[in-house]
Design a protein around this ligand. Structure first.
Ligand SMILES: CC(=O)SCCNC(=O)CCNC(=O)[C@H](O)C(C)(C)COP(=O)(O)OP(=O)(O)OC[C@H]1O[C@@H](n2cnc3c(N)ncnc32)[C@H](O)[C@@H]1OP(=O)(O)O
Length: 208
């Protein structure tokens, strides 16, 4: 078990603090890099200006508490900034998630309660597999991909960097979604998406 620093403010940070504590980790520190956010039973340490000077006193492991609801989020830049000061961001799998043996999770990736990641899948860095989302067998996800609550990636799906797969969206088997796409809540993707943009509906069509 390790001491963890949760970095960020708001809802995702609270989920991570809960998740890490349930796994038996100590959550000693808490900073709000994006804003001061909400303080959750852990001390506020300062903003990103203090990270470099504080890091010798901080836990050597951290988790990204900044969530993602848009394509261009701060998550990956923050991930790289934290790593650059020598703090590790190991993947975190909730005790309430199921992640098959042999699945590959990049650093900074979190798999939250009720989520399932099935055999043969490879996930990049700083991804979020949110509550009750499923990533079925042999999927390949890039960096900074958020699969929102209840979304379903069927077998062999590929999703490029920075994509946001909205709440309850469904991607049928073997479709490929290129980098920088927003798949709207409830959309169903039935064919490859090759142009970055915003896609909604059943079947999913580009609106922006
Ligand atoms: C734990 C957590 O909370 S994780 C967070 C999870 N969050 C999500 O999944 C959010 C996903 N986001 C969405 O679905 C958003 O609606 C988006 C990004 C697809 C579109 O948002 P915006 O760009 O603001 O589009 P806007 O709301 O202006 O809608 C544009 C049009 O698309 C339609 N539309 C928007 N979203 C959807 C959708 N999911 N499905 C179908 N139609 C939609 C709107 O009705 C509107 O149609 P109209 O022009 O005929 O009136």
């Amino acid at each position: 078990m390790s001491d963890f620093l949760v970095i960020g403010g708001g809802g995702h940070a609270r989920v991570l603090i809960y998740t890490l504590k349930a796994l038996g980790h100590d959550v000693r520190g808490y900073t709000a890099l994006a804003d001061e956010g909400e303080l959750v039973q852990t001390p506020y340490l300062g903003n990103d200006d203090v990270l470099a000077s504080l890091h010798v006193m901080l836990p050597s492991c951290a988790a990204l508490g900044v969530g993602k609801t848009v394509i261009e989020s701060e998550r990956l830049a923050l991930f790289e900034k934290i790593q650059a000061v020598g703090i590790r961001l190991p993947p975190v799998v909730s005790a309430g998630a199921l992640c098959h043996a042999g699945v590959c999770l990049g650093d900074g990736t979190v798999v939250l309660d009720g989520a399932v990641v099935v055999v043969g899948s490879q996930l990049g860095r700083a991804c979020i597999i949110n509550t009750n989302a499923t990533v079925d067998h042999d999927c390949v996800l890039g960096d900074d991909v958020h699969v929102a609550p209840g979304a379903t990636l069927s077998g062999g799906v590929e999703v490029g960097d920075h994509c946001m797969i909205g709440t309850g969206a469904n991607l049928i088997h073997a479709v490929r979604v290129c980098a920088d796409c927003m798949i709207g809540a409830g959309a169903t993707v039935i064919q490859d998406i090759t142009a970055p943009g915003v896609y909604v509906g059943i079947p999913a069509r580009r609106i922006a």
